[in-house]
Design a protein around this ligand. Structure first.
Ligand SMILES: [Zn+2]
Length: 226
């Protein structure tokens, strides 16, 4: 179903502007039926962090067919607890459905909660948003973090290992496109990929659009004055 691991299994990590040098190696794989269809799950082990990532692969390579890919960052609060503060669960669900229907594709599921700050800090950031009225960007900055600590080098390595060097990418985030291209992946097409808006995630989506360049509809044409 999948191409065999390349030799060497994963090319060495491309130097990241942040100075990180991480690499991912294919560790195990199995066929798993889901409500969206049957996928091949391929687990990768990142070094030196020992994070476990997973590629959720559908279909098989067909000549001249560019795989449909979602690079998705873990969101325990949204995906497991059904939090309405973000749109991650909708986006994951819809990605699995779209990729199951495609000829060939994968969700690359990265274990980098809260744009890379981790669950503990994500909840601290939520509390700051509630207590001080900060948006998601300013709450992360108040905790001493950059706006987005996610590292797409590992995603690039996983995609190369899967033979997906040119992809059609499901994302509203131009930084993700640029991050993958820096990691050696050719993004042939970016496809919009929306979750549902709710009263609870409206401010979050607005901040992603205004402050993180996400291609999302805005509530009003001009920024609110503060
Ligand atoms: Zn989320």
């Amino acid at each position: 179903m999948l191409p065999e691991p390349q030799q060497p299994p994963v090319p060495p990590s491309t130097p990241d502007p942040t100075g990180k040098q991480s690499s991912a190696t294919r560790a195990s794989e199995a066929i798993v039926p889901t409500r969206y269809g049957t996928f091949q799950l391929v687990a990768y082990l990142e070094s030196p962090s020992e994070k476990e990532h997973v590629a959720i692969v559908s279909g098989a390579p067909v000549p001249d067919v560019i795989p449909l890919v979602r690079v998705h960052s873990e969101c325990l609060t949204g995906e497991v607890i059904y939090s309405l503060k973000c749109d991650c669960r909708d986006q994951l669900d819809r990605a699995l459905g779209r990729i199951a229907a495609a000829t060939w594709g994968a969700v690359i599921y990265l274990r980098q909660e809260g744009r890379g700050i981790g669950l503990v800090n994500k909840l601290k950031a939520y509390a700051l948003q509630d207590e001080q009225g900060l948006d998601t960007v300013d709450a992360n900055r108040a905790l001493g973090f950059e706006d987005d600590l996610r590292d797409y080098n590992v995603a690039g390595q996983i995609l190369r290992d899967l033979g997906m060097t040119t992809v059609r990418l499901l994302t509203n985030n131009p930084d993700k496109v640029e991050g993958l291209e820096r990691a050696g992946i050719n993004v042939a097409e970016r496809l919009a990929h929306f979750g549902d808006g709710t009263p609870h995630n409206a401010d979050y989506l607005e901040a992603k659009a205004r402050r993180m360049r996400h291609d999302l509809p805005l509530r009003s044409p001009s920024p609110p004055t503060k």
